[in-house]
Ligand binder design. Structure first.
Ligand code: ZN
Ligand code: ZN
Length: 367
């Protein structure tokens, strides 16, 4: 039996590398993938800290990593038919592998599938156990949703499929924003800038991006991606800028991608027009929102949308954009690190390092 090297989280802040047994073959509905790279997001850092310890969605010991891109080494006949890909194809793998038959799945809400099988969160004790992208190889189970991605795309651009897919999910699906709609994207992280690309692609105008004073370089990137206005909320009044830009009307859609802080939710309620929509995309560490007045939603007919995960059509759109090369994503790639440096990569993503990280890719090759 051959083995594969994988990063296994065994407790909060405890990572180790193990050589795990690979199955001899794959079942008809499965595939074995040679991982080329895996992106990192805030969720990896939260899990690293142990924030998910109380949740039944994350069980130790677990091979982590949920934003992988790789090449199919072996694939069963059923998986080949259902997924439309074969051995040798390069694929981006969605984090959720839904059951396809529960009430949520049949409504198309497969990211809240009753079964909740999520790559990078499922214990080693389940089946072959190699269900994470921070590994040399990983197994794909029936129900997995995969998207073919060009081999000529750099691995850093390819792993950007995940944040960019989320951007389309928030702007187009949750926010229902389209041509001529005004939009405010709060927070210029990798996900905020993904939302800016999605809004630009959708014809949103004006397209406003906001951030802190230190975010100036990222707000400049937002402009290069098509933002018509940027606001430094520490040195300017967001409310006044929005009033000026929209002639006191307010924006049609606000997408809040800021992690951990609740003030932007209160600001979003001020910024959105009556009848508009606020999409909550950043999690806030389970904090209550100070200054939240629900009557403002009622009296102004404002909708708030919460979103978990991204669905296939948003990932398809993201991969199309990545393959065109229309947006210079190299501005966002701050680090490409080998698997042995995973802990550093996660800490970089969590801001626990001197250097600033942006989009970080981990590759199994340590050279
Ligand atoms: Zn993620
Ligand atoms: Zn389901």
């Amino acid at each position: 039996m051959t083995t594969t090297r994988a990063a296994v989280q065994t407790a909060a802040r405890e990572l180790e590398f193990r050589d795990l047994d690979l199955p001899d073959g794959v079942d008809s509905g499965e595939a074995l993938v040679r991982v080329e790279g895996c992106g990192i997001c805030g969720a990896d850092y939260e899990r690293y800290l142990g924030d998910m310890d109380e949740s039944d969605m994350f069980e130790y010991p677990v091979v982590i990593g949920h934003e992988p891109v790789g090449v199919i080494e072996k694939i069963g006949a059923d998986a080949r038919d259902r997924w439309g890909v074969g051995a040798g194809d390069r694929i981006a793998i969605e984090p959720f592998a839904p059951c396809g038959v529960c009430e949520h799945c049949t409504r198309g809400e497969y990211t809240i599938c009753d079964q909740r099988f999520i790559y990078g969160t499922t214990s080693l004790s389940v089946g072959a156990g190699i269900w994470g992208g921070f590994a040399e190889q990983m197994l794909l189970r029936p129900g997995t949703v995969v998207h073919e991605i060009s081999r000529s795309t750099s691995i850093e651009d390819a792993t950007f499929f995940n944040p960019l897919g989320a951007g389309f999910e928030w702007v187009c699906r949750a926010g229902d924003a389209g041509v001529g709609d005004s939009i405010l994207v709060m927070g210029p992280g990798q996900r905020g800038l993904s939302a800016v690309i999605a809004a630009a692609e959708s014809g949103c105008d004006p397209l406003i991006a906001s951030g802190l004073a230190d975010d100036r370089p990222r707000l400049d990137i937002a402009e290069s991606f098509g933002a018509t206005h940027t606001v430094d909320v520490e040195n300017e009044s967001l409310t006044e800028r929005i009033e000026t830009i929209t002639d006191d009307r307010g924006v049609d859609v606000v997408v809040d991608t800021t992690p951990g802080v609740t003030e932007p939710i209160v600001d979003a309620i001020e910024a959105v027009r009556p009848g508009g929509t606020i999409v909550l995309a950043g999690t806030k560490g389970m904090k209550t929102v100070e200054g939240f007045v629900s009557d403002k939603l009622v009296l102004n007919n404002i909708s708030i949308e919460g979103t978990l995960g991204t669905r296939a059509w948003s990932f398809e759109r993201a991969i199309d954009i990545i393959e065109t090369g229309d947006y210079d994503l190299t501005q966002l790639h701050s680090h490409t690190l080998g698997l042995s440096e995973l802990e550093r990569a996660i800490k970089l993503q969590g801001g626990e390092a001197d250097e600033n990280a942006f989009h970080v890719t981990v590759t199994p090759n340590d050279d």
